[in-house]
Design a protein around this ligand. Structure first.
Ligand code: FMN
Length: 196
């Protein structure tokens, strides 16, 4: 073995030990939609409940983070937002989104969203239908106020038939907002079960 080869192995080992992230784990992407503003159970918030979890997942796994932002921001008023979302669900809308991120280079996608009327917010379908998720592992995480994962694990299987949909993580919105110790520990166990 040449000195040059030994040196490059050493550098790679140092990189892994200092970041704590292996190359396989770095190939993960957190895709999240989350809404700040007025929320039924936690009042007016500057950062959405699901976003709190998304950032923690990115921090703990070294994953990149992409936020899905609808072109037309949802109303800050909670009741108005529920009305807009209900209508979008009724007409099976695909609201336009502002930016995009190709998931091509990632093996694992952590997909985060609030439960809206038992389903995913429709702007997430806009994003999901734009890309090829065949052969990718998708780990959904949702925040809610009683519905758990709602219908989303089955709607995701229908929307992404070629992807492997892993076990979902359902967290109460208020617990996610506060990042309670129980919430963090449940998230850590879920990540561990997913191999992270
Ligand atoms: C439009 C809308 C619809 C909702 N529908 C449900 C629902 O069907 N079931 C439920 O448990 N919570 C529902 N909620 C509550 C949210 O899922 C919960 O507050 C979530 O934590 C919000 O996450 P966010 O701050 O990341 O957007 C709804 C909230 C909104 C705004």
């Amino acid at each position: 073995m040449t000195i040059k080869l030994l040196a490059s192995i050493l550098i790679a080992l140092i990189a892994i030990s200092t970041t704590g992230i292996s190359e396989a784990q770095a190939k993960a992407l957190v895709v999240v939609f989350s809404r700040a503003d007025e929320n039924y159970s936690v009042g007016n918030i500057t950062e959405g409940n699901t976003m709190k979890l998304a950032k923690l997942i990115a921090e703990k796994t070294g994953a990149d983070l992409f936020e899905v932002k609808p072109y037309n921001k949802y109303p800050a008023d909670y009741k108005k937002c529920t009305e807009v979302a209900q209508e979008e669900l009724r007409v099976n809308a695909r609201p336009p989104i502002l930016e995009d991120k190709n998931p091509e280079e990632y093996d694992t996608i952590f997909l985060g969203y609030p439960i809206w009327w038992g389903d995913l917010p429709m702007c997430l379908y806009t994003y999901l239908e734009r890309h090829d998720f065949n052969g990718k592992k998708i780990y959904p995480f949702a925040t809610h106020e009683g519905s758990g994962m709602g219908r989303t694990e089955s709607t995701l299987r229908l929307a992404l038939p070629g992807a492997e949909i892993g076990r979902g993580l359902a967290t109460r919105g208020s617990d996610a907002q506060k990042l309670t110790p129980r919430t963090v520990s449940a998230l850590e166990s879920w990540l561990k079960a997913a191999g992270f």
